[in-house]
Design a protein around this ligand. Structure first.
Ligand code: HEC
Ligand code: HEC
Ligand code: HEC
Ligand code: HEC
Length: 428
């Protein structure tokens, strides 16, 4: 007999499952729908117009922008390069362009039974790699009256929603529980990955415009809000990676989750100094905590009461990792703080107007010499660049921003002391 308690429990479980399904969209690579291939989207009356069209609600030249300008188009071809050959050889792979481990990030690598007639793996990261398999939405997505939500219900991936977009980009640009650019792959010669959502959104040649029509249909926000939410999402994703790759009981942890330069620098280049945010003794391997660094200026504006907790929890995470304790508790705690921070960013509707104080704060961290690791410097520079554009002072201080970029151009020669000097020379 089914007891009332059990029914309530089952209802609870079902509703929990439903809410989590609503919150976390399945990534295009793992969703149900078949991928029909870029050629299906590319006709000149669909998304293959050479010029943008003004008569339609989308530009319709998406294919041309993607195929001529977007590096995702070349993500597969790059697997034939000298560099890729070298990486594959070092890993003992026959070649890179047939290895799942490379294809998972360098192409739209859906299961073979989910590939339509016109699907070609050599299209690289094609339309459906981001927008989801078109099997169910292809016919209907141009119907009059069809809403964005109707498309999503028919399998289109919600690339406009910030959480889902971040999860999608980060799955390849940082890694997730299904794929990771491991230290083995790095050791074989793969470039180090780094990512910042707003910067990379802007760097990806735009095949859409955030005009008024767009804003009524879809989620959108200013660059500062996208940055802030992107940082929170990168924080979550880093925690997921730590949880899935550092608590598996292996003798050696997954080294790609640590700061590469903690180990990779010349022994005569003595860098150690006490770091307030890690609290670790000399000789420790530090987690790559660059996804957390920019959360401080953000929290100081939107949720000041969370700052001390954030600092304590990050420190705690560093400690449990180094001492090889169970990471789960620390990951959960930090995850909860990220929830609060995210809710505060979303509630804080005028973050853009705070660009000046956010900028001042990032520069102050630099001035204080607290940006010691290369990976954090990289995040600080991208933040300063976009915040200065937001305050409208970018042109005025362009020389100084260029100096910052020059300081992070070469990770092997990055010097935290000269970086702090440049920060101190800011004239605002
Ligand atoms: C977790 C995802 C991921 C995996 C796995 C991965 N890559 Fe990459 N790879 C990337 C990303 C993202 C970039 C671009 C980095 C950037 O520019 O920020 C990249 C860049 C590269 C580059 C440099 C491209 C250029 O334009 O200079 C090469 C070469 C490369 N990958 C080869 C490989 C090979 C070979 C494999 C398989 C052994 C592989 N990758 C596995 C995500 C991945
Ligand atoms: C690397 C990921 C990526 C790839 C590859 C990609 N897109 Fe997009 N696309 C986006 C993002 C992000 C947006 C902006 C968010 C949104 O509108 O959903 C977007 C927006 C769009 C829009 C919406 C424009 C509007 O005004 O509503 C269309 C149409 C589109 N893409 C078509 C394509 C086509 C066709 C291709 C292949 C030729 C393609 N995209 C490849 C990420 C991608
Ligand atoms: C399926 C994996 C995948 C997804 C999803 C993905 N990317 Fe990429 N992206 C790559 C790879 C691989 C490269 C490197 C291609 C190359 O160099 O040939 C790349 C390159 C880029 C570049 C050029 C980087 C450079 O150094 O020039 C930008 C910008 C970029 N991606 C932005 C995004 C954004 C924004 C999203 C999410 C909307 C996204 N990507 C989603 C795999 C992916
Ligand atoms: C805990 C220390 C540690 C961390 C952190 C670490 N590595 Fe390594 N790495 C090593 C060791 C040890 C080797 C093997 C060196 C050898 O074979 O001589 C190595 C080898 C390499 C090599 C091959 C070097 C060669 O001489 O062929 C590359 C490239 C590399 N790592 C990149 C990275 C990147 C990128 C990161 C960060 C994402 C990273 N490593 C993080 C310890 C580390």
């Amino acid at each position: 007999m089914i007891k009332p308690g059990l029914v309530v429990y089952m209802l609870l479980v079902t509703s929990l499952l439903l809410t989590s399904a609503m919150q976390a969209e399945t990534l295009p690579q793992h969703a149900e729908e078949a991928h029909l291939g870029v050629a299906t989207c590319a006709s000149s009356v669909c998304h293959g117009s050479v010029r943008p069209r003004s008569s339609s609600s989308v530009l319709q030249n998406e294919y041309v922008v993607w195929s001529r300008l977007d590096s995702h188009r070349n993500a597969y071809n790059i697997l034939f390069s000298e560099e890729s050959r070298w990486i594959a050889k070092n890993l003992g792979l026959e070649n890179a362009h047939e290895a799942e481990v490379c294809l998972d990030c360098h192409a739209d690598n859906v299961a073979h039974e989910k590939r339509g007639d016109r699907f070609q793996i050599n299209d690289g990261v094609g339309c459906e790699g981001c927008h989801g398999g078109a099997e169910r939405y292809l016919a209907s997505h141009t119907d009059p009256g069809q809403t964005h939500q109707d498309n999503i219900d028919a399998g289109m991936y919600p690339t406009d929603r910030i959480e889902d977009r971040a999860k999608l980009c980060l799955s390849c640009h940082l890694g997730d529980d299904q794929k990771i650019a491991s230290h083995e792959i790095m050791g074989a010669g793969h470039p180090r990955l780094s990512f910042e959502l707003d910067t990379f959104d802007v760097l990806q040649p735009a095949h859409y415009t955030l005009d008024d029509d767009y804003k009524t249909k879809k989620w959108s926000a200013d660059h500062v809000t996208v940055w802030a939410l992107g940082q929170v999402e990168a924080g979550y994703q880093t925690l997921r990676l730590i949880e899935s790759h550092l608590s598996n009981g292996k003798l050696f942890p997954e080294l790609s989750l640590f700061d590469c330069h903690a180990c990779h620098h010349s022994m005569s280049d003595l860098r150690w100094q006490p770091q307030r945010l890690t609290g670790l003794p000399p000789g420790s391997v530090r987690l790559n905590d660059s996804s957390f660094a920019m959360l401080f200026p953000i929290a100081r504006v939107v949720a000041p009461s969370q700052v001390a907790k954030l600092e304590e929890q990050i420190k705690q995470l560093h400690r449990v990792v180094v001492e090889k304790e169970d990471v789960k508790k620390s990951v959960r705690a930090l995850n909860d703080t990220l929830d609060t921070l995210k809710a505060s960013v979303k509630k804080f509707d005028k973050l853009f107007d705070k660009s000046k104080s956010l900028l001042g704060d990032v520069v102050a961290i630099g001035r204080a010499g607290e940006v010691q690791d290369y990976v954090e410097a990289e995040q600080a520079v991208m933040a300063i660049d976009l915040l200065m554009r937001a305050t409208g002072e970018h042109e005025l201080h362009k020389k100084w921003v260029d100096q910052l970029y020059a300081a992070v151009e070469d990770e092997d020669t990055f010097d935290p002391y000269s970086f702090a000097d440049i920060m101190q020379s800011a004239t605002f």
